[in-house]
Design a protein around this ligand. Sequence first.
Ligand SMILES: *[C@@H]1O[C@H](CO)[C@@H](O)[C@H](O)[C@H]1NC(C)=O
Length: 209
Amino acid sequence: MAEYLKLASGFVDFDQKSLAVAAAAIAFNPIYWNTVARQEYHNKVLTKLAGGNARLGCYLLAASIFSLGIFRDYLYEQALRSQPGHPDLETDLVKLIAGGLFLAGNVLVISSMWALGLTGTYLGDYFGILMDSRVTSFPFNVTDAPMYYGSTLSFLGTALWYGKPAGVLLTIEVLVVYLVALRFEDPFTAGIYEKREKERAKAKRGKKN
Ligand SMILES: *[C@@H]1O[C@H](CO)[C@@H](O)[C@H](O)[C@H]1NC(C)=O
């Protein structure tokens, strides 16, 4: 891995400002949604902003996360444009693999949005909009975090499509940032659902008495 990075870095132009801008955008997005979602959970900031309507608050968050994602993807493509290509990556086989990765990544992202719905995808749990039960259907039978791994595959596919080692480097950043986000998000959402289970159990006991 270290050897590969050293090899690849010879083909990365670190003097391009657009590279740093894309790297910053990749790191910023998960920090943004985690910060805002936790503010919502603790202080109901977005629900208040939406006049007390939690669902509308979640839609606001969804719109902002979605827009930031589009902007980040744009900055990523702009960064790749000003980077050198690697001759070994400029082959038909690599293009074919790139297309496959991009397609697989998008299937994971879109099908997980389909399975979770809008509020399920965009942190509805933090607004008190909980799923009835854990989704285990496709793509959740393939991976626990299809959104994140799908997005990573799309970044990698794009990097290989353009034959840019800088894109592979940024894809590694995407993966690391998502893995950190998962370590942060998974225990928190698990806690939200545990709390509901306890409340449900309590309500059941209350009914019996
Ligand atoms: C996941 O579910 C899909 C659709 O139901 C199915 O086609 C696929 O084989 C399953 N994959 C795994 C790994 O179980």
